[in-house]
Design a protein around this ligand. Structure first.
Ligand code: HEC
Ligand code: HEC
Ligand code: HEC
Ligand code: HEC
Ligand code: HEC
Length: 182
């Protein structure tokens, strides 16, 4: 009687434990993969091709006179050379016909989109290499794939708080909350 009861109890516990392990396995291995969707830039823009045209980084990414960052170039900038199709690359044809000639800005994906409650400025970070925080773009023939978190909407490469704080600590910069959260 006593023995039978015990075995029926463990018969109940075993499926539970197996189920728990399976759920944890899904959490550890499957979830991080399922969490991100892969997105491609709308236009296959090549940093390499444009560097070969003799363009410098700050022809397209520059600080404004007021210290704010202009970020990505717009159609006005790109249209200096692409008001009509100039080459035979299909990516350029698409760019000119679907964006420039329709006066539509390209909805580029930003790899480092910070939450609105975080204050970040490039003007304080001009002594750091772009690649401390960004993917290396210089030799790219096509932009990296952006992995976007389906729940938060942020890209995988968005800097985490500890990444900002670690570099600040290494450089003797204050990590008081108000420095980054206004
Ligand atoms: C002809 C204009 C142009 C030039 C010149 C240029 N870029 Fe870009 N850059 C872009 C465009 C367009 C994008 C968005 C598409 C992409 O990610 O490739 C971009 C994206 C980037 C990003 C990604 C920002 C983010 O996190 O989303 C970085 C970093 C960057 N460029 C660095 C550089 C550096 C470094 C140089 C100089 C070696 C440079 N760029 C030269 C046009 C340019
Ligand atoms: C100074 C002139 C100049 C500017 C400014 C410029 N381009 Fe180009 N672009 C070129 C030239 C030249 C080529 C090469 C054409 C060829 O031979 O196929 C090219 C090629 C391209 C191509 C096809 C090749 C590739 O993979 O990149 C795309 C797409 C393109 N440009 C998009 C852009 C965008 C978007 C901007 C603005 C961020 C821009 N260009 C700014 C001159 C320019
Ligand atoms: C200390 C880290 C850091 C460094 C160094 C840095 N960036 Fe950024 N960059 C960021 C962050 C964070 C964002 C996102 C800003 C936001 O979402 O408000 C960003 C955004 C951008 C964008 C997207 C447009 C925009 O304004 O949001 C471009 C383009 C860019 N950076 C280019 C560069 C280039 C080129 C360099 C080097 C000259 C550089 N960055 C150096 C952290 C950095
Ligand atoms: C690779 C190193 C590095 C990373 C990563 C970094 N920072 Fe910084 N940050 C610095 C340095 C160095 C300074 C001081 C610059 C100076 O005083 O001229 C600074 C200054 C600042 C300032 C101005 C502080 C002041 O009192 O003037 C703010 C705001 C800031 N960082 C926010 C951020 C945020 C937000 C992130 C992450 C998204 C970040 N930083 C990531 C190195 C970094
Ligand atoms: C050097 C910049 C920096 C400093 C200093 C900083 N934070 Fe943050 N914080 C960030 C960034 C970037 C994020 C967004 C990315 C993330 O969630 O990791 C963030 C996110 C957060 C969030 C949201 C977390 C989440 O998971 O959504 C909270 C809460 C927060 N910070 C509180 C604080 C407090 C409290 C302090 C002071 C003890 C502080 N932070 C100091 C940069 C900073």
């Amino acid at each position: 009687m006593e023995e039978k009861k015990t075995s029926s109890q463990s018969g109940g516990a075993l499926p539970f434990i197996l189920g728990l392990l399976a759920a944890l396995a899904v959490g550890w291995w499957m979830f991080p993969k399922a969490l991100f969707s892969e997105s491609h830039q709308p236009i296959r823009f090549s940093h390499k091709v444009h560097a070969e045209q003799g363009m410098a980084c700050d022809d397209c990414h520059k600080m404004r006179d007021d210290g704010s960052y202009a970020g990505l170039p717009n159609n006005e900038k790109c249209g200096e050379c692409h008001s009509d199709v100039v080459g035979s690359d299909p990516a350029e044809k698409k760019f000119v016909e679907e964006y420039i000639q329709k006066s539509k800005e390209v909805p580029w994906i930003i790899y480092q989109n910070q939450p609105d409650n975080v204050y970040f400025t490039h003007s304080a970070h001009q002594a750091q290499e772009c690649t401390e925080c960004h993917p290396k773009m210089t030799d790219n023939d096509s932009p990296p794939v952006a992995r976007i978190n389906k729940i938060t909407g942020y890209t995988e490469r968005t800097l985490k708080m500890w990444q900002c704080e670690r570099c600040h600590a290494e450089n003797g910069v204050s990590n008081a909350c108000y420095v980054c959260h206004k």
